[in-house]
Ligand binder design. Structure first.
Ligand SMILES: Cc1ncc(C[n+]2csc(CCOP(=O)(O)OP(=O)(O)O)c2C)c(N)n1
Length: 544
């Protein structure tokens, strides 16, 4: 057996059952060994797509994402997706073949590349050390939630290897939050009249505990965009905080006297460059990572701890004190949230442009006609707030937001990775025409996999974000505007169904597809109105 095969077999034995990638000579054997041992290999058409699929798969399934790439260009093609994963702390293991001879065309300093984007470089240095090397890489990816580049030098891969068991390492224990910090957080909550909880991705597994604490303290519930859906269906949920927030949510959050961030960076997006946090508001941040505390916004108290454990401990402390309060919760606020808690409920006058549909009309109509059990994946661009906020999602797994690197072009591959993780849900890829055409090769992957994906392209025939950024100042826009492209026809060329939407009536074809067998993806080329920037982009420009 080759060392390459030993690595593949061992990973399969550890439970790796999905691998995304593009196969070349350098990763041929390791990938085949994984597949022979029972893992399903998902061949993407570009390594950039494969990396994003593996990332999205990990986010939605909660399992380790695994990516397999050829040496050199296989890795460089994947770099944008790897960067997104590294910034998002996605547990991702990249099996990358490595040319170590500097004269090889394929030679580059792969470890330096990984380090440059925040991934952790590792290497199988010899057949003899393969078990330890693999164990280290696997542990770093899973226990520390890191994106790990495991270099597989070609000569080491070809060396005779043998099947091995990975050394068993106990999981790294998560330290309990300090008792004095719990007491201080309990004091602040007991004093607060208008507490708001803001949950980020670090609190995805703490929804139950945070809800319980919010009921005891009368806190309103909100999330970062990346954690959208965590409090879905809660009477006192404000949905997303930040640029995407509804006017009602933004007002209620800015009037808080205590804001507690749970596994949430409190970055410029979630706080609207700090504008949603009043000068007198007490800010407390709970995070596993001490380095995250106060990194983006001033805080009055930082608690190092797991969100669920901390919420549980604080609830216990308040119970011991006999404290229970209605806080920010009242019948009036509940009633207000029923009326205007979702963007869909905020009245607007539809923009009129001949042969084009207002993106809000489009998004609200889609929300009505799509099944509730859905996953929404959103690319970047001016359009992004519409699908992100007008389409409801069933829970936090139902919203996949690969936006830590703010790259366009990742949305389609994100949707494919998510759909592989949750085939039981209808997956929607919401894209701008720019992002769609950048990542379009993966439509073939979606067709080949038989995914019933709904690809909705908010087509303004432009890099709308740039048009709205620079247009008002009279700059030339020739480099950011494009002639019309028939994206529905492009979709048909890949083997998808395709429909062009210019009016609400055109959505009948989408309803027909939704109610059918969904054996192949549907590409919706929605020609959207384009006179004004979206509300969230206008907000973002204010912060620039
Ligand atoms: C990879 C990458 N290239 C360029 C940009 C800069 N950029 C941000 S938004 C945008 C335009 C996106 O256009 P489109 O996907 O059509 O969405 P729209 O803004 O028109 O809604 C560009 C080029 C980026 N964020 N990422």
């Amino acid at each position: 057996m080759l060392t390459a095969e030993a690595v593949g077999r061992t990973l399969a034995a550890l439970g790796v059952d999905r691998v995304f990638g593009v196969v070349g000579s350098g990763n041929f054997h390791v990938t085949n060994a994984l597949a022979a041992a029972g893992a399903r290999f998902i061949a993407a058409r570009h390594e950039g797509g494969a990396a994003v699929m593996a990332d999205a798969y990990a986010r939605v399934s909660g399992e380790l994402g695994v990516l397999s790439v050829h040496q050199g260009p296989g890795l460089t093609n994947a770099m944008t997706g790897i960067t997104e994963a590294a910034k998002s702390r996605t547990p991702l293991l990249i099996l990358a073949a490595e040319a170590t001879a500097p004269r090889s065309n394929f030679y580059i300093d792969q470890s330096a590349l990984a380090t440059a984007v925040g991934a952790v470089p590792e290497r199988i240095t010899s057949a003899e050390t393969a078990a330890d090397d693999l164990a280290r890489a696997y542990r770093t990816a899973t226990s520390e939630r890191r994106t790990v580049l495991l270099n597989l030098p070609l000569d080491v891969q070809a060396a005779p290897g043998r099947e091995f068991d990975l050394p068993v390492t106990p999981p790294v224990p998560i330290p309990a939050p300090a008792a004095d910090a719990i007491a201080e957080l309990a004091d602040a909550l007991a004093d607060a009249e208008r507490p708001v909880f803001l949950a980020g991705r670090g609190a995805r597994n703490a929804g139950k505990e945070i809800k319980h604490l919010s009921e005891r303290t009368g806190a309103l519930l909100s999330t970062s965009a990346a954690c959208r859906g965590l409090f879905r269906g809660e009477e006192f949920s404000l949905d997303v905080s930040g640029g995407f927030a509804t006017p009602a949510a933004a007002e209620l959050i800015s009037n808080a006297d205590l804001l507690v961030g749970w596994g949430c960076a409190l970055n410029m997006w979630t706080t609207r460059h700090g504008a949603l946090i009043g000068d007198g508001t007490t800010v407390i941040q709970v995070d596993l990572d001490p380095g995250a505390l106060g990194a983006h916004h001033r805080i009055d108290l930082g608690v190092v701890g797991d969100a669920a454990a901390t919420a549980r401990a604080v609830a216990g402390e308040l119970e011991r004190r006999g404290h229970r309060a209605s806080g920010y919760r009242s019948a009036k606020i509940a009633e207000r949230l029923t009326r205007e808690g979702r963007w869909r409920d905020v009245p607007f006058e539809a923009e009129a442009e001949d042969g084009r549909i207002d993106p809000r009309v489009l998004s609200a109509a889609l929300d009505d006609l799509l099944p509730a059990e859905r996953t929404v994946a959103v690319d970047s661009g001016n359009f992004m707030g519409y699908p992100a906020m007008y389409l409801g999602v069933p829970d936090a797994d139902g919203f996949v937001f690969t936006q830590a690197f703010q790259s366009i072009g990742l949305g389609l591959a994100t949707a494919i990775g998510a759909a592989v993780a949750r085939p039981d849900r209808l997956t929607v890829a919401a894209l701008g025409d720019g992002g769609a055409l950048m990542g379009i090769s993966e439509l073939e992957t979606a067709v080949r996999l038989g995914l019933g994906l709904l690809v909705v392209v908010y087509d303004d025939e432009a890099y709308g974000a740039e048009v709205h950024h620079f247009g008002p100042d009279g700059h030339p826009l020739g480099h950011v505007t494009f002639p019309p492209a028939d994206i529905a026809e492009i979709g048909r060329g890949f083997g998808c169904a395709g429909v062009t939407v210019r009016t609400p009536a055109d959505l009948a074809a989408v309803a027909g597809w939704v109610n059918g067998p969904r054996g192949r993806p549907l590409v919706v080329d929605a020609k959207v109105t384009r006179a004004k920037p979206s509300w969230w982009l206008e907000e973002a420009f204010r912060g620039h």
